[in-house]
Design a binder for this molecule. Sequence first.
Ligand SMILES: [Zn+2]
Length: 479
Amino acid sequence: MFEPVIGIEVHAQLKTESKLFCSCSTRFDAAPNSNTCPICLGFPGALPVLNKKALLYGIKTGLALNCEIAEVSGFDRKNYFYPDLSKNYQITQDASPVGVCGYIDVALDGEVRRIRIKRVHLEEDAGKSIHEGGDITGASFSLEDYNRAGVPLLEIVSEPDIRSPKEAYEYLSMLRRILLYLGVSDCKMEEGSLRCDVNISIRAKGSDTFGTLVELKNLNSFRAVERSLEYEVERQSQVVASGEEVIRETRHWDEASQATVSMRRKGRAEDYRYFPEPDLPLLSIGRTWVDEIRATLPELPAARRMRFTEEYGLPEYDASLLTDTQELADYFEAVVREYGQAKIVSNWVMGELSRLMNATGIGIESVKVAPGDLAAMLKMMDKGTISGKIAKTVFEEMFREGKSPETIVKEKGLVQITDEEELAGIVDRVIDENQKVADEVRAGKDKAIGFLVGQVMKMTKGRANPQMVNKLLRQRLTN
Ligand SMILES: [Zn+2]
């Protein structure tokens, strides 16, 4: 039996207005090369100045990931040539990252696994190459856009603690959730503001040695990470089982064939000739400042999820979905404050509200239903003003129009019929029109009563009180 040993590097673009070492804008959709200056293009003599907010975000993230924050941190030059890197070096943190020795707890199948974080460091992003007429091998020429050059990145490196593709998926989801809660990155994989590289090797289960490392690239979604890892576990296991050796290489995930493809073999680790960045002084990170930043940390997803199970008595599943984003969790809590019964609120938020959000592509931040209006609608249901079935219709209208439930019920005449006399008339008519079914009920076929209830509901357009209809039918057809 083999087990995979997986480590993940995540690059998250920080949500700052300006770049890491200059005042150029970080806007994503600006015209090519419009957000550039002598500093981010690397002109001779241009000097970098550190963006304080990027450092603050780095410390904040380090704290949220349970890292030790460096007292002295600094920047280094990583030297290499590539067209999207006009300076011929990247300013990064090698020797003294802002945070080290952290961890994330990941819940999987009812068990909590602790994934250690090796380091969290700041670095600048490179530009972007656009290969005209194909990929890099088939293109007739390439264009360079340096707008992204110098955008602040936070690199978060895990220890090789991940033991399954599923766990990798959960780790990334939790990390993304934390970054979103902190508000330090918008984590949009489709815009490249969150990217991940994965290392995987396999070894005999229980062994403490490491196998040959394979690096996976071109992972454009967390699902791609999971699937590419599943593929690699299988592939590497077969290689080893057949008595051959896994080759140390970088492999590319091919979405179309759902397979990894060899890209390039790796010799020894590349020598980037790191040296301390001479244009930036070492940073002394004061403990008072760190404590101030710690005090601004929001309640993080794992803590909030646990509180939801304890304070509201919600199942783990509900708590996990509701705390997926801060906005959704806030919305849920706002409804509960007005209405009380948390599980009912949870059912509506995860049920009807999520269904309509998915169907329309509207995010929770743009939902027109005010939490107070959802609470009011639930109270109307409890009072019997509207039936559960009608509530769904009312809610859809609230979602579309943003009106209060009272207004919708009044405008559309949706008040539940609870008048016994009125209902009795309708029930009698339904029995008349469905003699055969009525006889079946009389003969003891209790299930058939559901059909008659359905007919009454149809006739009243769902406005009849179903309990009363049931009672009236039973009075007439059973003894
Ligand atoms: Zn610039």
